[in-house]
Design a protein around this ligand. Sequence first.
Ligand code: ZN
Length: 1097
Amino acid sequence: MGDKAGPSDTPYFNLDKSSENYIRLCRLITTICSSLLRHILSSHIKPVNLRNELDINRTSLEQKMNTQQKNQIYLKAGCKSIEAQDLDISVLYILLRNICTKLPPPKTGWGKPLQKGDNSESAFIERVRQIRNSISAHNTHGKVSDTDFQQYWEELEHSIIEMEKQLTGDVVYRGAISAIKDMKFTKDDAERYKLEIQQSEDEKESEPQDLPKDKACVGSNAKKPRCSPNSKLVAAIDFGTAYSGHAFSSRVDFENDPLQIKAHKWSKSLLAHKTPTSALFDENKTLIAFGYEAEKKFRELSDDGKHHDHYFFERFKMQLYNKSGDTKQTMLTNKSMIRDISRKELPAMYVFSKAIEYMHNHLLNGLKEQDDDKIAEENINWVLTVPAIWNDSAKQFMRDAAKQAGINNDNLTIALEPEAASMYCKKIQLVKLKEPKAEFQIFSPGNQYLILDAGGDPVGMPCRINVEFSAFDQDAKTPQRYLPMLGELHNTNTVDKFKECDKKEMISEAGKKIWDSIVTGKALDTPELLATFLLLTFADLKKYHYYYWFCFPCLCPSTDITFDQEPKKLKDKLTPEEMEQFLQAYDTFQDAYPTYQGFFVAVLSKGNIVIEDVKHMNKFENTQEVYFGFCDPSNIEDYPGWPLRNFLMLISYHWKGDLRGVNVLCLRDRSRDGTRDISHSLLLSLNVPDIKNVPECPKCVGWEKNEKHKLAPRFVNLSASMDPTRLAASAVDLNLKLMRWRLLPELDLDLISRTKCLLLGAGTLGCNVARCLMGWGVRTITLVDNGRVSYSNPVRQSLFQFEDCVKGGKPKAEAAAEAMKKIFPGVNAKGLSLSIPMPGHAVPESAIDGVKKDVETLQDLVNSHDAVFLLLDTRESRWLPTLMAAEKQKIVICSALGFDTYLVMRHGVRSDTEGADPAPLSSYSSIPGDQLGCYFCNDVVAPGNSLKDRTLDQQCTVSRPGISYMASALAVELLVSVLQHPELGKAPADTSASDEHLSKDFVCPLRLVPHQIRCFVSRFQQVLPACKAFDKCTACSKTVIEQFRQDGFDFLRRAFNDPSYLEDLTGLTQMHQETLDAEVWGFSDDEECSSMEVSSS
Ligand SMILES: [Zn+2]
């Protein structure tokens, strides 16, 4: 076959027929068969859901896969996108077999010899796999005999056509199959297909999985050091029953002060170090929110009735304990399922690993924001705390979940919660004893201490009242099982008014209202009047400082209320059946009202449980077991909460008969781990003084003490979360961080934002470059222009508006800087009106001082910035900044526009501080960055006065309006690529001239860093030329730079006054005489005629 002409000019090597047979079969399998299996997979699992399905089934899939297969789908923890396209045929088969639940197996089952006549989709899938296995058995020689080939080929062809028919009812693959049958192959193909089929090794059939070595449990990993010597940081995740949080401490901090632990504040207003252990997954089983955010989102969804397809897990951690505790039935395994609040199930491993992953990423993002030294993930030692009561299987479960969340098990310590607390306490002792006044000598050697873990309910009083944004809305619905509470907000305009407010007067007013509602009986109909509040606030809206002071008015009888008996638990009085009965009666009672009732009357007699409205209190005989019930917010075991006080006043005033032994039910209705529980509700028997004959309103108390236990307001500083300038800054950064997080982890955003950019020219290019730089997070941008905004500008120059043009127009640079601050107040933008002196524009004696000053200003600007953009409208105006930047080795990005062409280029940055010309190059294939040319290197004439002797239309090149956007965008992207290259301005130039420019390994994470980008919009074509620095360049050659260093302004003045001076100096004049056919190509740009002003100045 060597004599046949092929479709391409690749020479064929002689492959023998049996080798060809082998390659042909490989090709059919890796292309058409794979493609078809992908289609079948996508027909079962929507591509958008693929990632989640893979994660959900991770544990079982991993047991069936080899390393290469696992790498295809689980290599990067948290890597978001995966497409069927990324999967080879062996993985596809595993997925079809294991996670496509609606695909019925072949009649004989998966992985078994097929029954004749089984024409199911799965039978064909199975057949393809079996043939592939047979073929890969030939791998050692890479040959298949003609007879075998014939048989395999027919079977594959038949399977493909049948599968396709069943999938789409079509047979478009037939043509592709015959194309492969006629295809010619080279030796390279042979190697490639052989490798591909080898790589797609068959799945493991053995079920029992040998445990990976890192599966050591807590306690058995004593060999491993707790914290590797390399670790620079210990990061801990506390995955709590009710609340979760994370914290970290760096090695340096720890050595300075072991208690210097940094913890994230989850809620600015609550100053909470933890967030609720709640996770919200959407209908595709993607984790969409965690903690407060999850609760909020789920509440919003359920308000709109859109929550049914979502999965909301609340306080789910202890489900592990419940499962693992019951060893007889449900040993906790990787296959255990947990239920969300509506009893929908997800694999426990998936929910936990996603929650850990969330905390892990959240902590890492926080670290990155700290702007500390960058700490590589491998230098972080992770600690995950678990309750002491957990058994090994639950601990192992958490270890596996952490691994799936992307935490390397070698860097993971599972710690017992009380042990961690205990270690902390020991450090307290150590630290406090260091203090001179040893008042904290709580611990001394030999002392014993007890760690009390109060679990989900903290010992202190948690926040029980929320005043939400909807509080002013009278019609707003109170969420289920929340009690409405009436209050008054007093907001003052100044901090002095806030201080001056007569709090005594306010509370006595409130007390009178309550007293009045009791005396008149209004409170019997509307018991909410008993539980009211006052809120005194002052908001410093400039600083986002908020002062607030709550008051919960309570009437105090002159004689104390005392306990008649010890408080009892409800569960000690009622049998479990009676408890059920009570709950039913209670729910029926509440259901009758549009909002939850905080007060009620209950009869708790054997066999007779009744719940009634407060106003019917007189209906009951005093001899019955009547209890005055209220919803008790208190979590102090034996003491009721404050709403009881005013209720007792009402009872005392209206309840007939003996007031000794008033029975009270403090109803504590909680949900814990998904189970409703009222067993810890209290029953009190109290002696209440008779107030029926009290003539006037009793004393009223209730101003709240602040966190320092003083009668003073509380204070929140919300500047970080409210100040729009800071919000904008963090939002801009977040956007960029997402890009880094998702796509380009190597991206150095800090370097970009630190780079100070000088934009010479605030016209079309200047405006758009400035905007685009802001998009990349550049924070320091200085614009220079000597023009004013004219009526033609705003439509093309994206920072200007009509009002900038009126009355002669605002100075361009200043107006542009102002506009940038309006777009993003966090940007440090400055605008300067400045004329840039140019060669060929003679400086008369009278103007010398002014020009000298301009030169100095420009020099200062170049010195104080890192990158200079040349966005000026004439060629000669670029000369001085090019020279100055070359001399100071700054990065220069230059852009120039034609009518339908544009140039974007970077100038070479010389290595030699002496301004030496670069060494000659051996080849032009890749030019190092220090040998690249500047804008003038291509020219063989010195810049002169391009405006002389030209009519207006010649002076202004009008360009297609889109051109400047394209050129500006590329100019900024070129700068960013240069900044991301490890050699910065010295990065060698990538050109489109070399073939490998699109396939080679890139040093820069953003890939290509070209020297020049020239675009011809008429053809929509773009080329990337590169050119070497020219040793006779009038702007960047050694001669010019040295002369400039030596003579300074005198040198410049000669160049300004006499254009031929530069040509003489560099030897161009001489060269001209030698070569007559020098081609001149310069771009001039900008539709604007602002250059007129330059020439006239
Ligand atoms: Zn040059």
